[in-house]
Structure formats: C-alpha cells, structure tokens
Design a protein around this ligand. Sequence first.
Ligand SMILES: NC(=O)c1ccc[n+]([C@@H]2O[C@H](COP(=O)([O-])OP(=O)(O)OC[C@H]3O[C@@H](n4cnc5c(N)ncnc54)[C@H](O)[C@@H]3O)[C@@H](O)[C@H]2O)c1
Length: 375
Amino acid sequence: MQWKEGHDMKKMNVGIIGCGNISDIYMKNCTQFQNISVVACADLNETLAKEKAVKYGIPSVLSVQELFAYPEIEMIINLTPPGIHAEICLKALEHGKHVYTEKPLAVSLEDGEKILEAATKKGLAIGAAPDTFLGAGIQTCQSLIEQGKIGDPVAATALMMKSGPEQWHPNPDFFYQPGGGPLFDMGPYYLTTLIQLLGPIKRVAASAKISFHERTIQSGEKQGETITVNTPTHLSGTLDFEKGPIATMVTSFDVWATNTPFIEIYGSEGTISVPDPNTFGGPVLMKKKNQEEWQEVPLLTGYQHNSRGMGVSDMVSAILDGTPQRASGELAFHVLETMHAFQQSSRLGTHIKLESTCKQAPLLDMKHLFWEKTK
Ligand SMILES: NC(=O)c1ccc[n+]([C@@H]2O[C@H](COP(=O)([O-])OP(=O)(O)OC[C@H]3O[C@@H](n4cnc5c(N)ncnc54)[C@H](O)[C@@H]3O)[C@@H](O)[C@H]2O)c1
C-alpha cells in the first residue's frame, strides 16, 4: 500500500506507555500509519524505553509522569500489563488525553466503568485492543454473514486451548493473576470476534477451574522460577446472543494439543470456519448445505499481516474525521462484563444476564487503506 503523496491527512500526536514484549509491533506499525505521529515513549524501565525509541525512531523518551504532562501528546497508547491498565487510562484521561489500551480494558468491572465514565465526562475517546477483527480474515467473515451467505446464524463455537505462556514469555507472572488466565488474556480475541459476527451478548453460563496450581517459567532470565496460579486456567462456557444464536466457548492454558477449529459460525444455510482471531489474515472457509467440499473464500483486500495498531489509527480517524470508531471502549467493556459474568456464573452455578450492550462495528471502509505510508 502506498502513501498518497500530497494527501492532506490530519495527524494526531501519540505517546506510548509500556515498552515491553508487544510494544515492538505497535511501534513498527504506528510509526507508519499516516494519521499518527509517535512523539514519545515511556516505561518504568528507562533503558528499555531508550532501546525501543532508537529502534523505531521515536523522538523522545520521557518518564511516565512527563509523558502524561507533555502538552503536544493528544493520545496515549497503553501497553502495560493488565493490572496497570486502569491506572494508566484514568491518569491519561485526567491529563486530557484520549487513550487506546491493550486488552483487557481493565481487570475489575468497576475500573472498566470508571474509565468509560471518566472519558464521557471529559469528552475524550477510549479505545481498546484487540483490533484483529479489522484484519482481512474476520472482515471477510463479517461480510459473508452480512450478505446472508450462510443464512441466519443459529450457533457458534469458539475454542482457545493451548499450554500456558510460561513456555515462551520471559515475564509470564501476570498471565496467572486476576486479569490474566486464558479467559482475560485470549478471551478478548474470541469474544470480540463473536460480537462482531453475531452481535451483543445477552447472558452467559460457565464452569471454570485451576487445573495446575503452580507453573514453571521455561525461558528467559527467570527460567526455572515458579509462579503460583491465582486465576482459573480452564473455562467452559455458553453464550446467548441478543439476536438469538447460542455459542459454546472454551478458553484453556491446560491443554497440550488439540485439533479443534478456532471459531465456527453455524447458519441456517451453511457454516463459516473463522481464522485465528489472534491474527489478521485467513484462511476463511465456508461450506454451504449442499456443497460437498469446504471452499476457501478469497479475502477482502486489506490487512492480512500483523497490523496491531489499526484500532489506534481507526480511532484517530474517528476523532479527527468523524468516522465510526470500531475497537471502542463500549465494545471492550461488553467483553469485560462477559468475562466477569463467566467467572461469576461458575462461582454461583447459574446463568448471568449482562447489563451492558454494544453495537457491531461497521465493516472497514476500504478507502481508509491509505492509513499506512508504505506496506
Ligand atoms: N506479549 C504479547 O504477545 C501480547 C499480545 C497481545 C496483547 N498483549 C497485551 O499487551 C500488554 C502488555 O503485554 P507485554 O507482553 O508487552 O508485557 P511486558 O511485561 O513484556 O511489558 C509491559 C511493560 O510495561 C512496563 N510497565 C509496567 N508497569 C508500568 C507503569 N506503571 N508505567 C509504565 N510502564 C510500566 C513494564 O516495565 C514492561 O516493560 C498486556 O495487556 C497484554 O495482555 C501482549
């Protein structure tokens, strides 16, 4: 994709807080989006922030407090661990900055509510990961459903089962604390995708458990250290959607191998096999009721590579140009409430009705593909 020379694109100055594992892809992409200028980054670990600034050509390294106070910065991208999300989001809003945060929006529902309320009060925007549903794979699935290619959706499965991140992440403690676990870590990809494809959720039920009470870190400087597990690591749930479909969802860090698909949507006229919702590409497979074989559906033109940060660019476009904001706070809050409702259902042994709702984000307007200077 080429930069349109001379195109008069409005830009927003953005600062990044949190320069750890996931920051590389944000810094790589956000320094290329045409409507964003990454002007500074900050981390409690200043050496790390300096290294990343040099690697991605970010002009300033600031302390976290300096970044909040920096007048030119209009939006903060929050890439800290989940337990810190609410604190950073609320401070950013206090300082008059829009915020886009990594998932989940917050750990507690109360903090999620506080963030949305503070943003509304201040007239600022909140956005949240994941933005993988803006990739060509899930956009193609959404388009197929909207065109009625599988008739009326009646049911779905969403299955995320694997061994834990202590196998590869150098600092995996947070994955086993409240706000982590497979549900809070990977659930947002699956729930966000289900909501995009089927609409908001009405009620849920689940059973959750901790299968192994300790984990051993397998790589990096902390290799051999033990983590005490303080959050469920296997959850099996059901979801009823406002429009009628029912879904089965499993999230697990307790499974060594599986052959199950990521997400399937079952319609009155056929089935769509949805690609990994933690990625932006395909394949998208579809099988209609009279077809013998699965058919691979050509992807809508668009983002198929790792495009993390698209949600930020889309949000900037919403603020500056009045286009719809897709990876919104409202959506992230609905996902957060669903995850809490799953855990509450397991504790209480009953269905939990959700109080929040959200809109399905409209398909990307492909005219916006000039977001990136070069790709
Ligand atoms: N690693 C991944 O593959 C991945 C993928 C998608 C999303 N995420 C999400 O991204 C977020 C960050 O994950 P990560 O893997 O990069 O974690 P990480 O531990 O590698 O990095 C987090 C960084 O935040 C910094 N930090 C912590 N508290 C801070 C504070 N108060 N102020 C400033 N900086 C602070 C830490 O020093 C660290 O450098 C999490 O919410 C995670 O769920 C991670």
